[in-house]
Design a protein around this ligand. Sequence first.
Ligand code: PLP
Length: 352
Amino acid sequence: MKKHNFSAGPCILPAEVFQKASEAILNFNDLGLSLLEISHRSKDFVSVMEEARALVKKLMKLGDDYEVLFLQGGASLQFVMVPFNLMKPGGKAAYLDTGTWAAGAIKEAQKLGTVDIVGSSKEQNYSFIPKNYQIGAEYDYFHCTSNNTIYGTQMKSFPETDTLLVCDMSSDIFSKVLDFSQFDLIYAGAQKNMGPAGTTLVVVKKEILGKTDKNIPSYLNYQLHIDKESMLNTPPVFAIYTSLLTLQYMEKNGGIEAAEKRNEAKAKLLYDEIDRNPLFEGYAVKEDRSLMNVSFKLTDESKKEAFDKAWKEAGINGLNGHRSLGGYRASLYNALPIESVQVLVNVMQSFS
Ligand SMILES: *Cc1c(COP(=O)(O)O)cnc(C)c1O
């Protein structure tokens, strides 16, 4: 039976990507060797790395003032690398507290310097995105999280800042058109819209680095990773190759512009049903609703068992909400077809 995978991450990737990635494990580029056994310094893998880095810039419409890295350690390591590289000795950074991941980033930055939380929706259990906050030039940088994977809220615009703009885009990277040149540093764990777990995309404006006069540990130093063309040590070759396949797939299918249109149609289909159907209610405030992660719950908890049975019977996977929020969460990442959303909506309709 066909599965409809609404998992929040790791998550669905295009079927064609799974197919090609599995072929490369057996026989990469017709070399008679697996992708997993060749040298990362071989020309076959070096060209994977080069193409992946170039394609990110092309899809994001960024110029040569930016560098693209594929690192390890997940988005979680970026919680550490960002302050290590950008916080000046005795300096301070501004953070927007919009959810569990943002709070994780704040916690790490606090170990390295002063953090001002310029806006927070924590008191309302992160059901909205704080607005109308000020970020002065006294900060070394401002950090925000574009999409809050657990709560299902998403920033629809980004503030103009007099300081560097840093964004964790782990769960909505490549999902909608943005002027990426407004950001100084973007990072994203691959496993939500780009590839398998194991690599993290970092896009950084070169001129912001080297300004802190700090002795940064080599492995945490963006500049060293740039100097070594993202091969400071052995890179996670499978995760990077699979990410390249997704990037190629994305380019072939109309780029970020086309992905955005598909994502808007999928989210509308589901939110319309949540709003129409008296058995369900959404979690996030409407104006901040995420197009990627739709958090909702039953208005009558006693129907839980019956609803869970119904969606499981329809072949739906990964619909349970995050353990910290409960309820349901449908993740509508780029690779999820609208047909899968229609199956879920049908279940919700027939359930009423
Ligand atoms: C999943 C997620 C993370 C954590 O990513 P790891 O790669 O597991 O460290 C961080 N931020 C956001 C917004 C996420 O969705």
